[in-house]
Design a protein around this ligand. Structure first.
Ligand code: NAG
Ligand code: FE2
Length: 224
């Protein structure tokens, strides 16, 4: 056996044992909501046609897709959709896209922080700002979930969607800012959001309770 095979063997053994005792908890599911639309373009930058895209600070969302043993899942298809900066959902290709995870399960996309909207008939409560995710990988169940932002006053008991999962800490991210220089003029916000899929036969893991009527009425009102 040549030395390079020996080194490769040691490396593989190391990689395998590094994964062996690890376990990652499957990401909490959330409702799909009425704004899901399946055939969205492949791209890593969404909302760029929103007026606010060139005025507001951009948000870079990055993370990894993993299985329950924390192994990265490459080639997983991720669909994302969100409200625009004013809290409205738009069909066509606004604020929507899909892409695939890379070799180490990594993904990243550029967007805007979504606006808040209400699904409360009295308009008192709002949905916290959120981005919807649907993640599909072979031999795993399909994860439908939403990502929320730390410090949002509409999380949990204040969410106008009482059946949504904004009270699940694994769905709430904190953002940090990164600036190109000291001027503070060229900064983006970065959010890290890992997604863990459950092994399975490809069924949708979605917390699907029909809480969508107010959202549909909002959509009809906006004429979208
Ligand atoms: C819910 O809203 C109330 C009133 O605005 C606020 O005091 C409270 O901290 C909020 N709760 C959460 C979990 O954000
Ligand atoms: Fe939504």
């Amino acid at each position: 056996m040549s030395i390079s095979y020996f080194i490769l063997g040691c490396w593989l053994l190391n990689e395998v044992s590094a994964y062996q005792d690890r376990s990652c908890k499957p990401t909490s599911a959330d409702i799909l909501g009425p704004y899901y639309y399946p055939n969205v373009p492949r791209r890593r930058q969404i909302c760029e046609r929103d007026r606010a895209f060139h005025q507001q600070r951009h948000l870079l969302v990055e993370g990894r897709v993993m299985d329950e043993t924390c192994r990265p899942l490459s080639g997983a298809r991720i669909e994302v959709w969100q409200a625009d900066a004013d809290g409205h959902y738009l069909f066509k290709d606004m604020c929507r896209g899909h892409f695939y995870t890379q070799i180490r399960g990594n993904y990243a996309f550029l967007t805007l922080r979504p606006g808040k909207y209400s699904t409360d008939p009295t308009g008192r409560l709002f949905r916290p700002a959120h981005i919807h995710f649907r993640v599909v990988a072979p031999d795993h169940d399909i994860l439908v979930t939403q990502m929320y932002f730390d410090g949002d006053s509409s999380l949990g008991v204040n969410d106008s969607c009482s059946t949504c999962s904004s009270d699940h800490p694994d769905l709430v991210v904190s953002t940090h800012e990164m600036c190109a220089d000291e001027s503070g003029k060229y900064c983006i916000d970065i959010a890290h959001f890992d997604l863990v899929l459950r092994r399975g036969s490809g069924v949708d893991v979605v917390k699907d309770v029909d809480d969508s009527l107010p959202e549909l009425l909002d959509m009809a009102k906006e004429g979208k």
